[in-house]
Each structure stands twice: as structure tokens, then as C-alpha cells.
Design a protein around this ligand. Structure first.
Ligand SMILES: Nc1ncnc2c1ncn2[C@@H]1O[C@H](COP(=O)(O)OP(=O)(O)OP(=O)(O)O)[C@@H](O)[C@H]1O
Length: 362
């Protein structure tokens, strides 16, 4: 079994603690994506799995073996970097063959693996070219091909698509999804800033913040059931709207009073001791719709209209100080700046967080 187990993994640079005890079990063949704001430690964690950073504390297990002191080349991993890191003077073929030559594989085996990887990544016609004669997307596919040739048990990706333009990014993302399907026993661990990559590639997403795990779960699980305010705001774009509120009535359902005075009842239970406490009410931009009757959540002035064709984003002011509420309506909507509007949402789509930012569970 080539799962990866992290037990209380810690990292410090001198007196600066960067990772504060990461516990995570990754199953063989799983596709795991690390996300989190810049500086949260996701690249450091990936590099520790690769063996490129020392481990300050805890235990790292790959395939049932503790690897804390095992060098990168003996961990059965391959890593793809943002910056391709190809040898400029070598052809695509030689770049892909290089690691196997160093490992003294036979000529036939090298040829078989290079051609198989090239074929699966649609690189066969470029095998004799130098990297400089390839596009960014092709170069990244060569870097991925080189990693495949090493027949890794664990595949690590550090923001592999961030140097590519939008169209290539989509194409290469689909390539990586296909690759992962074709290597069902290979564990993949992927770091990205890109929500779409995380949501579409991951079996499970790990959300990190300031060196700690905030939540681990399937993409839609994180989207629909964030454990806390941090994950709620981090997953989803534009981010979930948060409106300060206070708990007015508790019980099987909870009634809150929003900033501005409107009462909202949620199908979320709360204990009597919660009454009177401050809370954060959350609703995603895409869950808002224009209210038709009196059953609305809030009213405000449309400050900005962004018509993107497939969706229209409305920025509504006048409710929360400093931050507009965002509504994402599908298609083209005939709404002008300055209009006063009311918005509603299905009760099942509403979120509520306590003063510490924890979710009130349904
Ligand atoms: N060699 C180092 N010495 C001291 N601090 C470091 C070193 N390398 C990284 N750090 C710090 O560790 C923290 C985590 O860095 P890391 O690169 O893992 O973050 P990240 O989440 O990958 O960020 P980004 O998304 O910006 O790449 C940062 O605060 C960074 O400044």
C-alpha cells in the first residue's frame, strides 16, 4: 500500500514555526489537493513529503515505511514543479529518459517507458525537439512525462499550471485528470491556488491556514458544509457573503437578527444558551436571487454591475460596512447601477457561524 501518512508533522525555520502539527492519512490512489492562502505552508508540506525539506517533528510514512530520513530519490515519489525544470540542451526524449539512464535502466525499457508516456501525453511528435521549441503547455507535459517515466508510487505537483495561459491551463488540467484516471494506484498530491483545479481534480481537498489544517473533505462537502468561517470564505468564488447578526430565538430552528434589523429563520438548531450571542450569517453569491415577495433576506443599492455573459455579478451596498454583498445571477440581467433591490435565498442554502467562527450544524 502506497498511501502517505502524516503524523503530527511540524516544521520550523529557526524560531519560526511554519507547520504546527499536521495529521493526515492519504490513501493509495487518492488525489489530494492542498489549498490555502499564500504563506500557509502548503509548498513546505509538499516539499517535506518529497524529501526536499527536513522534518522538524512528527513522522512521515510512505507506503508503510517511515521516510523521515530517507532521501528524495529513495521515496518512490516524482515531483512536477511550476517551472518545468527541463534540461534546455536535451531533446524531449532525452529529458524524459534522463532519470532512467541515471538509474541504469536498459535501453529497451527506457524506450518503452518514454514512448508510452509520450503517447499518453500527446508528445510523440515532439520527442526530437528541444524544450525551447515547445509551448509552455507542451513543456509542462514533458515535465509530467518525465515524472511518469520514473513510475512513481506518489506523484507530487507544485502549482504545475500556474505559468500557463488560461486555455492551456484548462487543457493541461484535463490532461492531469485523465492521467490520474489512467494511474489508479498512484497517489497524487497537488498544491494549487486555483479553485477550479482543486474542485475538479481532488478526491479530497485539504484546506490549510497558518500552518494548520482547517478542514479535509470532498470538494462539494467543503462547499456545502464548511466547518468554519475560514473554509466557508475560502472555498467558492466570489466568496460567501457574511453578514453580522445576533441570535434572537433558539430551538429546532434558529431566528437571527441581521445588521439592519431584518429577521431570518434558519433550519439549523441551536441551544437556548446561544440566545443573544453574536453570530455570522452566510449566504453564497450564487444562492441569492431577486426577491419577488416580502420574504426577502435583505435590501440594498446596486453599486456595481458586472455583466460577464454567462453570469451577472451585482455588488450591493448599504448593509455591511465597507464590504458589498455580492449576488451572482445566471445569464444577462437587466439591472442598472443605483437600483434598490431585495434578495432572497432558499432556507436550505443558508449558513450560520458562532462568534468563534464555528459552524452551527444542521
Ligand atoms: N527557508 C525558509 N526560511 C524561513 N521561512 C521560510 C522558508 N521557506 C518558507 N518559509 C516560510 O514558511 C511559510 C510557508 O511557506 P510556503 O512556501 O510553504 O507557503 P505556501 O502556502 O506554499 O505559499 P504560496 O502559496 O505563496 O506559495 C511562509 O511564511 C514562508 O515565509
Amino acid at each position: 500500500m502506497t498511501g502517505v501518512v502524516l503524523k503530527d508533522i511540524r516544521k520550523s525555520y529557526g524560531s519560526v514555526n511554519v507547520l504546527h502539527g499536521i495529521d493526515l492519512e492519504i490513501a493509495e490512489g487518492e488525489f489530494i489537493v492542498f489549498v490555502g492562502p499564500s504563506g500557509c505552508g502548503k509548498s513546505t508540506l509538499l516539499r517535506m513529503i518529497a524529501g526536499l525539506e527536513s522534518i522538524t517533528g512528527g513522522e512521515m510514512v510512505i507506503g508503510g515505511r517511515v521516510v523521515n530520513e530517507v532521501p528524495p530519490s529513495r521515496r518512490g515519489i516524482a515531483m512536477v514543479f511550476q517551472s518545468y525544470a527541463l534540461y534546455p540542451h536535451m531533446t524531449v526524449y532525452d529529458n524524459m529518459a534522463f532519470g532512467m539512464r541515471i538509474a541504469h535502466e536498459s535501453k529497451q525499457e527506457i524506450d518503452r517507458r518514454v514512448r508510452a508516456a509520450a503517447s499518453s501525453l500527446q508528445l510523440t511528435q515532439y520527442l526530437d525537439r528541444l524544450p525551447k521549441a515547445l509551448s509552455g503547455g507542451q513543456r509542462q507535459r514533458v515535465a509530467i512525462g518525465r515524472a511518469i517515466c520514473r513510475d512513481p508510487k506518489v506523484f507530487l505537483f507544485d502549482e504545475p499550471l500556474s505559468n500557463l495561459d488560461a486555455a492551456l491551463r484548462v487543457a493541461t488540467r484535463i490532461e492531469i485528470a485523465r492521467l490520474s484516471d489512467s494511474m489508479p494506484d498512484t497517489t497524487m498530491i497537488y498544491v494549487t491556488h486555483d479553485q477550479v483545479e482543486a474542485m475538479t481534480l481532488a478526491d479530497r481537498i485539504v484546506v490549510l491556514s497558518a500552518g494548520r489544517i482547517e478542514q479535509v473533505g470532498a470538494p462539494l462537502d467543503l462547499y456545502e458544509r464548511p466547518h468554519n468561517l475560514f473554509v466557508a470564505k475560502f472555498i467558492g468564488s466570489p466568496a460567501m457573503n457574511i453578514i453580522p447578526s445576533s441570535i434572537a430565538q433558539t430551538g429546532d430552528t434558529t431566528t437571527i437578527t441581521l445588521t439592519g434589523g431584518k429577521s431570518v429563520t434558519l433550519d439549523i438548531p441551536s441551544a437556548a444558551s446561544e440566545k443573544g450571542k453574536t453570530a455570522s450569517f452566510g449566504v453564497r453569491p450564487e444562492d441569492l436571487r431577486i426577491a419577488t415577495g416580502e420574504d426577502y433576506l435583505f435590501e440594498g443599492d446596486v453599486a456595481i454591475v458586472e455583466a460577464l455573459g454567462e453570469v451577472t455579478l451585482l455588488y450591493i451596498e448599504g448593509l455591511v460596512d465597507g464590504e458589498p454583498i455580492v449576488a451572482k445571477l445566471s445569464g444577462i440581467v437587466d439591472i442598472k447601477r443605483g437600483q434598490k433591490m431585495r434578495f432572497a435565498a432558499d432556507r436550505a442554502k443558508l449558513h450560520l457561524f458562532d462568534a468563534e467562527g464555528h459552524t452551527y450544524r444542521r
